[in-house]
Design a protein around this ligand. Structure first.
Ligand code: TRP
Length: 339
């Protein structure tokens, strides 16, 4: 299926809801590792547009537009469509079909107890009016994962309950089948935790408006670094500085390749006598250097949208073949093979 053969036959399934451009938080949390995984595994990367609609039916256009934007982000960071299969969820009807049957293998109470769903319902103020599709999206995510018989699913910590719920469905189904047709998945949580926003909030997120996007211009990067939350107690240069919760240093930890230089910088900051502006200058240089080639590649691909759509079309066709094979096996177990 892939033109280059990975060293490891295990399948990885991962993806994003295309609701906005990707940012440094995505880069640290998943994109960086996906670029590495694609050499070693059969990696499928899904643009989860159907899942995105579960809470965006009021703005379907946003989801449509962001499918290409996120695909551009993937290509820009070095996802290689010859090594990873990038596909669009909604264009694989077998995923919806699988979801429909999996819904009979979960209870409403179990869906309501899913911690990820619970937290998202709270964040969206959905308490009273949850779309049924939103409540049920763990079943759809189980369909995504199992359709490709993925053994590994790289996700942030917040998605671990999704994998657990998927595996409950897998075990229930395999018990029905009397053999292991579906594959249990294991979450692959990246070593570096989530990146805070430039404002110091725990999470970098589009809805909080505290991101640095992968396509950010040099000016946007400069302006964002200027605004970064540091140490409110570090009022004068001579005051001793604090590293805890200091976003400039948290980002340096994530991106500065010169660990020794960084250790010396931290020591100086804590001792006092090091201006925030110097710390930020170092960070800005590093981020400019990191993002410049990403932005350039993004712009190049953006000029050839026809090519990008062609890549997505081919990836989707490949992915559909795999999903259709699993669907066939599932239907046989359910007694849904007639002709
Ligand atoms: N729920 C994931 C998110 O919000 C996106 C997603 C959908 C996904 N299906 C998946 C991730 C399957 C991993 C595996 O980011």
């Amino acid at each position: 299926m892939d033109t280059t053969s990975p060293r490891n036959a295990e399948v990885i399934l991962t993806g994003d809801r295309p609701t906005g451009p990707l940012h440094l938080g995505h880069y640290v949390g998943s994109l960086r590792s996906r670029v590495a995984y694609q050499h070693d595994y059969r990696q499928f990367i899904m643009l989860a547009d159907a899942q995105a609609l579960t809470d965006n039916m009021d703005d379907t256009d946003k989801v449509h537009r962001n499918v290409v934007e996120v695909a551009l982000d993937y290509l820009a960071v070095g996802i290689d469509p010859r090594q990873s299969t990038v596909f669009i969820q909604s264009q694989i009807p077998e995923l919806a079909e699988l979801t429909f049957y999996y819904l009979n293998l979960v209870t409403v109470a179990r869906l309501e107890r899913n911690p990820t769903v619970k937290e998202e319902i709270r964040l969206r103020g959905f308490e009273r009016d949850i779309p049924a599709g939103f409540l049920a999206y763990p079943a759809s995510q189980a369909a995504d994962i199992t359709a490709f018989k993925a053994a590994l699913v790289p996700v942030g910590e917040d998605q671990i309950p999704m994998i657990e719920q998927t595996n409950e469905i897998v075990r229930r189904f395999n018990r029905m089948a009397g053999r292991d047709i579906l594959v249990e998945a294991q979450a692959l949580v990246p070593p570096v935790g989530r990146l805070p926003g430039i404002d110091g909030k725990a999470k970098m997120s589009k809805s909080l408006g505290n991101t640095i996007n992968l396509g950010a211009t040099a000016d946007e990067i400069r302006a964002a670094v200027k605004k970064i939350y540091t140490d409110p107690l570090h009022l004068r240069v001579d005051d001793p500085g604090h590293l805890e919760g200091n976003v400039a240093f948290i980002y340096l930890d994530a991106f500065d390749p010169d660990k020794e230089g960084l250790a010396a910088l931290k020591e100086h900051y804590v001792r006092g006598g090091l201006a925030d502006s110097l710390v930020k200058k170092r960070l800005e240089n590093i981020l400019q250097e990191l993002l410049e080639p990403i932005r350039t590649r993004r712009e190049q691909f953006a000029q050839d949208r026809g090519y990008v759509m062609q890549l997505l079309k081919e990836g989707t066709a490949k992915a559909r073949d795999v999903a259709a094979q699993t669907m066939d096996e599932v239907k046989a177990v359910l007694g849904l093979r007639y002709f």
